[in-house]
Design a protein around this ligand. Structure first.
Ligand code: NAP
Length: 430
C-alpha cells in the first residue's frame, strides 16, 4: 500500500469520524491503516532486516564457503568478464583458488587478462571470445569444444565446473524515451529494423543466461561430488539482474524489461531446484549503482561501491541470500522505495529530470554541431568564391598584359632577334 492510499484512507476515516463524531472510530481507523501497511510491507521489511544482519555476519565471518577446498568443482566460468562486475568476479574466484574461464567479445583483453590471472594466482585460466548478441548457434559449438578439450593436467573443464557467473549484460539505451530511441537508431542505420537491433539486446541480456545455464547445469550436476564437499551442493549459479527488475523504470524501458526476465528466470530456477534435487545454489544479484562503465557517473563510494567491493560482499552471501542487492545501502534504499509509496514516485521524478537534462544536452550538442557545420560551409563557400574571383582577376590581367602595346613590341623584337641568331635573344625567350 502506498503512502498516498494511506493518506486517502486517513482522510476518508477522518471525514467518517467527523460525521459520526466518534474519537474511538478514528483510533480504530488509524490502527487498521497501520496494521494494513505493516501487513503489506512485512516481507520487504523482513527481507531488508535479514539482509542487513547477513551483511554484518558475512563481513565478520567471511569464507563460510571455503572455495580453497574446491568443494563445488575446480572451474569457474564468467561471462562478460573483461571489465566491471564480471572482471571482479573472475579475479575474486581466482583469488579463492579456482581455475577460470572468461568469456567476452574482446579477444585481446581476454588473452591478457587470463594470462594475468594465471600468473598472479597460480591457477589455470583460459578464455573464449564470444558475442552473445548473435544467435546461440554461432557460439555454442565453440563453447562445447573448449569445455571438452584436455587441459595440461589431462582433465577437462566440463568434468569439474563449480561456479557459473551469468554476468554479461548491456544497456540498450538510457535516459531516453523508446520513441526517441527508435527515431535515432533509424537515422543511424536505416537498413536495420529496430526489432533486429532489440533482438541483439535480448540475446545479450536474456538469452545468454538461458543458454549458458542450460549448457552448464547438467555438467555441474553430472560430475562426482568433489572431495571435501560436505554440503551436498554440486555447484553455484550466480545471475546478474538489477534492482530495476522489481521497479519498472521509465526512460530505461528496454533494459528494465530484460532485467525483470533475469530475475524471474534465476529466482524461479532457484525455487525449482530447492523443491526438486536441491543440489545447486542459485543466487540472483540485483544491484543498484555499481561504479563500472555502465554507471559512468559513479566514482565508487558508500552510495555506489566499486565492482571489487561489491563482488566480495555478494560472494560472502552465497548460500545465505538467494536474492541480494549486494550492498547494504542499496537494501535500505530499496526498503524505502518499496515501502514508502512516494519512494518510487521520487525515482520517476529523478529519472524524468535526468531525461530532460540529457535531452536538452543532446539538443544543445546537435545545435552546436549544426552551427559548426554552417560556419564551415560559409567559410568554404567564401574562400571558393574569392578563389574564383581572384582567378578571374588573374585572367583579366593576363589578357590586358598580353594585349598591351609594350608586350607586342617585345614579342616582335624577340622574334626578329631569333631570326638573326642573336644569343641574347635565346636567353630572353628562355
Ligand atoms: N554497473 C551497474 O551499475 C549495474 C547495475 C545493475 C545491474 N548491473 C548488471 O551487472 C552486469 C555487469 O554490468 P557491468 O556494469 O559490469 O557492465 P560493463 O562494465 O559494461 O561490462 C560488460 C561486460 O560484458 C561484455 N559484453 C558486453 N556485450 C557483450 C556481448 N554481446 N557478448 C559478450 N560479451 C559482452 C563486455 O566485454 P566486451 O566489450 O569485451 O565484450 C564487458 O566485459 C550486467 O548484467 C548489468 O546489467 C550493473
Amino acid at each position: 500500500m502506498t503512502i498516498f492510499t494511506a493518506s486517502y484512507a486517513l482522510i476518508y476515516s477522518l471525514l467518517l469520524t467527523i460525521a459520526t463524531l466518534s474519537c474511538k472510530l478514528l483510533a480504530i481507523s488509524i490502527i487498521l491503516i497501520l496494521t494494513n501497511w505493516l501487513a503489506h510491507n512485512i516481507t520487504e521489511i523482513a527481507t531488508c532486516l535479514k539482509n542487513l544482519v547477513l551483511y554484518f555476519i558475512s563481513h565478520f565471518v567471511p569464507g563460510h564457503l571455503d572455495f580453497k577446498k574446491l568443494p563445488y568443482g575446480k572451474w569457474c566460468i564468467v561471462t562478460g568478464a573483461t571489465q566491471g562486475i564480471g572482471k571482479a568476479y573472475a579475479e575474486a574466484f581466482a583469488k579463492r583458488g579456482m581455475n577460470i574461464l572468461i568469456i567476452s567479445r574482446s579477444e585481446d583483453k581476454l588473452k591478457s587478462q587470463s594470462q594475468e590471472l594465471a600468473k598472479k594466482y597460480k591457477v589455470d585460466a583460459t578464455y573464449l571470445p564470444m558475442d552473445f548478441s548473435k544467435s546461440p548457434s554461432t557460439y555454442v559449438s565453440r563453447l562445447r569444444i573448449l569445455l571438452n578439450e584436455k587441459r595440461a593436467d589431462g582433465t577437462t573443464i566440463a568434468e569439474s565446473i563449480g561456479v557459473l557467473v551469468n554476468n554479461v549484460g548491456a544497456l540498450p539505451y538510457a535516459y531516453d524515451t523508446l520513441v526517441n530511441d527508435i527515431a535515432r537508431r533509424q537515422k543511424e542505420n536505416p537498413l536495420e529494423t529496430y526489432g533486429d537491433r532489440m533482438q541483439k539486446n535480448l540475446n545479450t541480456n536474456c538469452l545468454s543466461q538461458m543458454v549458458m545455464t542450460s549448457e552448464i547445469i547438467t555438467l555441474m550436476r553430472n560430475k562426482p561430488i568433489p572431495v571435501g564437499n560436505t554440503s551436498g551442493k554440486k555447484g553455484i549459479i550466480i545471475s546478474l539482474s538489477s534492482y530495476t527488475c522489481k521497479r519498472p523504470m521509465p526512460f530505461w524501458v528496454a533494459y528494465t524489461a530484460c532485467k525483470a526476465f533475469n530475475f524471474y528466470f534465476s529466482d524461479a530456477l532457484a525455487t525449482e531446484i530447492s523443491f526438486t534435487t536441491n543440489d545447486l545454489i542459485v543466487q540472483t544479484v540485483a544491484p543498484m549503482e555499481v561504479a563500472t562503465s555502465m554507471a559512468p557517473r559513479e566514482k565508487g563510494g558508500w552510495r555506489a561501491p566499486s565492482a571489487e567491493k561489491f563482488v566480495e560482499v555478494c560472494i560472502n552471501l552465497i548460500g545465505w541470500s538467494k536474492y541480494t542487492h549486494g550492498w547494504p545501502i542499496h537494501d535500505l534504499r530499496a526498503l524505502f522505495n518499496d515501502c514508502v509509496g512516494g519512494g518510487h514516485f521520487a525515482i520517476y521524478i529523478v529519472l524524468f529530470d535526468r531525461y530532460k537534462r540529457i535531452t536538452a544536452g543532446r539538443l544543445r550538442k546537435q545545435q552546436i554541431q549544426l552551427r559548426e557545420m554552417r560556419e564551415k560551409v560559409v567559410k568554404h563557400t567564401k574562400s571558393a568564391l574569392s578563389r574564383v574571383s581572384s582567378m578571374e582577376g588573374v585572367k583579366r590581367t593576363v589578357t590586358r598584359v598580353a594585349s598591351s602595346d609594350m608586350v607586342k613590341r617585345v614579342v616582335t623584337r624577340v622574334a626578329s632577334r631569333q631570326g638573326s641568331g642573336n644569343p641574347e635573344a635565346r636567353d630572353y625567350t628562355e
